[in-house]
Design a protein around this ligand. Sequence first.
Ligand code: 13P
Length: 254
Amino acid sequence: MRKNIVAGNWKMNKTFQQAEELVAEVKDLMEEHEIKHTEVIVIPPFPYLEMATDLAQGSPLKVGAQNVSDHDYGAYTGEISAPMLASMEVNYCIVGHSERRKYFREKSKALAEKVKQLLNAGITPIFCCGEDLEKREKGQQEKVVERQISKALFELEPDDFSRMVIAYEPVWAIGTGKNATPEQAQEMHAFIRKIIEGKYGKDISENISILYGGSCNAKNAKSLFKNPDVDGGLIGGASLNAEEFLKVIRGIPA
Ligand code: 13P
C-alpha cells in the first residue's frame, strides 16, 4: 500500500535544546490532532537522533537521518554508517539530497552504495532527485530525473526497490519560496512512476510513495498533496516550526 508521508528535513538548524522542544511539540500536536493516516518523520542533525528516537518511542512519530556513509564500518573519520543508525532505531534516511550532490559532490555510484547499506540495515532510504533551473528552462527535467533514478537505483532487485521512498525536489524550488505548481509536480511524479513501472512493473510503481519537496509550506501543501501521484512532502523551512509543520501535515487529503 502506498503510504502518505510528510517528512521534515531540518538540515543544519537548531541547537540541541531547540531540537528537543521541536520534537516534543510535533509529537504532542500529532496526538492532539489524531494524525494517524499520515507517516510523520522528523529528520534532525546526527547528534540529535538519539534524543529524537527516545522522545518518539511509543508514538507514531518516526525519525530519519539526513545522510549516511557508503561504508559499513572502519577508518572513515567523521562518517556515520547505516548499522549505527539502525542501532539507534532510526527508521528513514535521506540519500542524494541536492545540497549533498552540490556541496559534497556526491555521485550516483556512491548514492547506490548508500542505498544498499541502508536497505541491508533495515532503514528506508528517501532518495532525492530533481533538476536545476538551467535544465528546467531547457525542458530537460525528465531526462535529468530519469538518469538520477536509473543510475543510482535500477541495479536493485525488485524486492529491495519496493522498500524505497522517492522525493522529487526540483533544485530551483528548494529554499527559494518558488514551489513547483501542482501541475508541474503531478506531471513529474507521474513521469517518475512511469519509469519505475517500465523497470519494475505496475505493482511496484503503484505502491511506491513519491514525495514532493521545494518550498512546500502551510499555504500550498494542500494543492500539491491532492494530486494523485503526490503522496506527501519532504519539507525544509516549514518543518522548523511545529504549528506550521502540522498545517503541512494536515494538507494530506483526509
Ligand atoms: P525547503 O522546504 O526549505 O524549500 O527545502 C526543501 C528541501 O530541501 C527538503 O529536503
